[in-house]
Design a protein around this ligand. Structure first.
Ligand code: ADP
Length: 631
């Protein structure tokens, strides 16, 4: 019982201790979090005209995030618009000042930012009543719109300095033929101020160009006028807050409408207007100007005295141009002032498809390389083919010699015969001449015989020479029938001596083929010679060689048949192989050369046995497709 009491007392003490510790920790955490969250800075943004008026909206758009970025503490922005800036009427100013005092009198903001000239003017006029010791930053304002003599020690100016003559010079540089520049400027008090500046500062241009002022026109009339400007005109866009008809122009609508309607290029002085509607020009950078203004604002919020924060006025940046508008008005790059930047340039085909083009070119180059290699290969093959044909021609020539050798006896006999007759006839003629009364008619007959015999011998020699002529492979168009008939004539004289009969069936159709005449003649010669040799053991009355020509579809066909021993069936293909011979003294090259020659003519040669003994060799060579007759 005692023990249990003691235990519960101890646990009570422990619980109390941990409870107190938790409360202490919670308090410490709360205090710490309060120290980590500094109070936000309150910044009063005083806008000229309203929240949606260009160019001040652009300035505010850049200034706020820039200040937030640069500040170490959160910023509470509170916007107010100076609606009275639209009209030249001061009566509404006093209640607006009262209103601001009512809002901020008890607790003034940490900084007042006056955006634009109307706001600057208003603030300077009522500085004494508007929390006189609250730091104030004048920005988005042109230096000439600030009354520097009235600045207090709590004021800082981050202004811009416009150089309108320079802006006009830029236009004249880009478009040297310009004769008229229409200046767009509204009719609000602020714009009226600038109108006097324009008229004064641009007066020196009046001798060079005509200046047309739009400040007295309603915006609708401006649109009409701008649509019909004479050639060589340009438009300079300054401001259009309120037009001459008292119509306020919010946002970008007015500029975009003018850009669509105008027949001349629009230039301006501020990149807030560089949104596709204008060609460009020498202009301020809103972003840069606001980065400088934000830095000044932060220095003030961090405790520096506003009057000590000095910011030099920002000036025009190097000119910038919109490539799309340049295209629209045919403005050449070469006219742009040095240092200009061209934006929105459409990439060239090369820039857009560079890797695709590079790949295509690479593929083409590879293809071209392959084609070159293939062409070289083709050439090499052609050369090799020519060489092989030369070799074949040489071999064929040798083969013809061997054929000629085989025929020597027949040829000698063939020549001897006419020579013998010539001698006999000549001796007879001599005897007649020596007689007391020579018979002239007989002599004439004898001489005619001599001439004929001589011609016969000459013909044999001519044929022999043409056969043995060593000539390279050359292709010509000729009639296969002609070559066959020539070969038949060659053999006709030999047939008797060799004791065989030559039968020929020549188709009356011409068989125009493209090839080497001598080589084809050799093939026929070879086939006939083989036939004669195969008929060695054939009874003399059966020794017949038949030669036929015909046209089969698009081929010229020639067959040479004999009535000899025939070819063993299993050797029918082998006979075309080199060195295949069944003859003791044979070379076995004749048919192999014949096949090579026929294949060089894109033809085929085949052998088969005849049903009643003997063999037939058949050649097929393609006919000339142009249908031309033999040459
Ligand atoms: P060679 O006449 O020097 O033997 P070829 O190539 O002209 O060489 O002929 C090869 C072989 O083919 C001959 O030896 C022969 O056996 C056979 N041959 C060729 N033509 C005929 C034919 N008309 N009849 C029978 N056999 C033939």
């Amino acid at each position: 019982m005692h023990l249990r009491h003691a235990v519960s007392f101890r646990s009570f003490c422990a619980r109390t201790f941990f409870g107190a510790l938790s409360v202490a920790l919670l308090l410490a955490t709360l205090c710490q979090s309060q120290a980590a969250d500094p109070e936000p800075k309150r910044v009063l943004m005083l806008q000229s005209f309203g929240l949606r008026f260009k160019p001040w909206t652009d300035f505010a758009e850049f200034l706020r995030p820039e200040m937030t970025k640069q500040s170490k503490v959160p910023i509470d922005f509170q916007d107010h618009s100076l609606l009275t800036a639209r009209l030249d009427d001061d009566r509404a100013h006093a209640p607006f000042v009262d209103y601001l005092q009512a809002l901020y009198g008890a607790k003034p903001p940490d900084l007042v930012v006056a955006l634009g000239a109307p706001a600057a003017e208003f603030v300077q006029r009522y500085r004494n009543r508007l929390f006189p010791q609250t730091p104030m930053l004048f920005t988005s304002v042109e230096a000439r719109r600030v009354q520097y003599d009235k600045l207090t020690g709590y004021d800082t100016v981050a202004a811009a300095a416009h150089n309108f003559p320079a802006a006009i010079e830029t236009i004249l540089q880009v478009l040297p033929d310009t004769k008229l520049i229409a200046v767009v400027n509204g009719a609000s008090p602020n714009e009226a101020f600038w109108q006097t500046v324009f008229e004064r500062e641009l007066a020196p241009f009046s001798g060079r160009i005509e200046l047309r002022w739009y400040n007295k026109l309603s915006f609708e009339d401006i649109l009409k006028d701008a649509a019909h400007l004479p050639p060589h005109s340009a438009i300079f866009w300054h401001l259009m807050s309120v037009d001459a008809a008292g119509v306020t122009q919010e946002g970008t609508t007015a500029l975009h409408r003018l850009s669509t309607a105008a027949n001349a290029p629009i230039f301006s002085y501020l990149d807030g207007f560089f949104d596709g509607s204008i060609v460009g020009g020498s202009m301020h950078s809103v972003e840069k100007g606001m980065a400088i203004a934000a830095a000044a604002a932060i220095r003030i919020l961090n405790g520096e005295k506003a009057g000590d924060v000095k910011v030099p006025p920002s000036r025009f940046e190097p000119p910038r141009f919109d490539w799309r508008q340049m295209q629209r008005f045919d403005i050449s790059d070469s006219n742009l002032p040095p240092g200009s930047t061209v934006y929105f340039r459409e990439p060239t085909v090369w820039e857009r498809y560079s890797w695709q083009i590079a790949s295509i070119v690479a593929v083409l180059l590879i293809q071209a390389g392959l084609i070159v290699v293939l062409l070289q290969e083709h050439r090499r093959r052609q050369l090799a083919e020519v060489l092989s044909r030369q070799r074949m021609a040489e071999l064929a020539h040798v083969n013809r010699f061997s054929t000629a050798g085989e025929l020597t006896a027949s040829i000698a006999h063939e020549i001897n015969q006419p020579l013998g007759s010539i001698l006999t006839n000549a001796e007879t003629a001599q005897a007649i001449l020596r007689s007391p009364s020579p018979n002239i008619a007989e002599l004439d007959e004898i001489v005619t015989d001599i001439v004929q015999d001589d011609r016969r011998a000459t013909e044999v020699i001519r044929r022999m020479r043409s056969l043995l002529k060593k000539a390279p492979f050359e292709q010509k168009q000729f009639d296969l029938n002609e070559v066959v008939q020539e070969t038949i004539r060659f053999f006709a004289s030999l047939a008797v001596g060799r004791k065989f009969e030559l039968v020929s069936v020549i188709t009356p159709e011409t068989l125009p083929i493209l090839g080497d005449r001598i080589q084809l003649q050799q093939v026929i010669l070879n086939l006939v010679m083989n036939g004669i040799e195969a008929m060695r053991d054939t009874p003399s009355e059966d020794r017949i060689i038949s030669i036929r020509t015909s046209r089969v579809e698009n081929f010229a066909q020639l067959s040479v048949s004999d009535r000899g021993s025939g070819i063993p069936d299993e050797k029918l293909k082998e006979v075309f192989e080199p060195f295949f011979t069944s003859k003791a003294e044979g070379m076995g090259m004749g048919l192999s050369i014949a096949r090579t020659i026929i294949e060089a003519h894109n033809g085929v040669i085949s052998a088969k046995n005849r049903d009643h003994g003997g063999a037939t060799f058949r050649i097929r060579v393609p006919l000339c497709t142009d249908g031309a007759g033999p040459s």
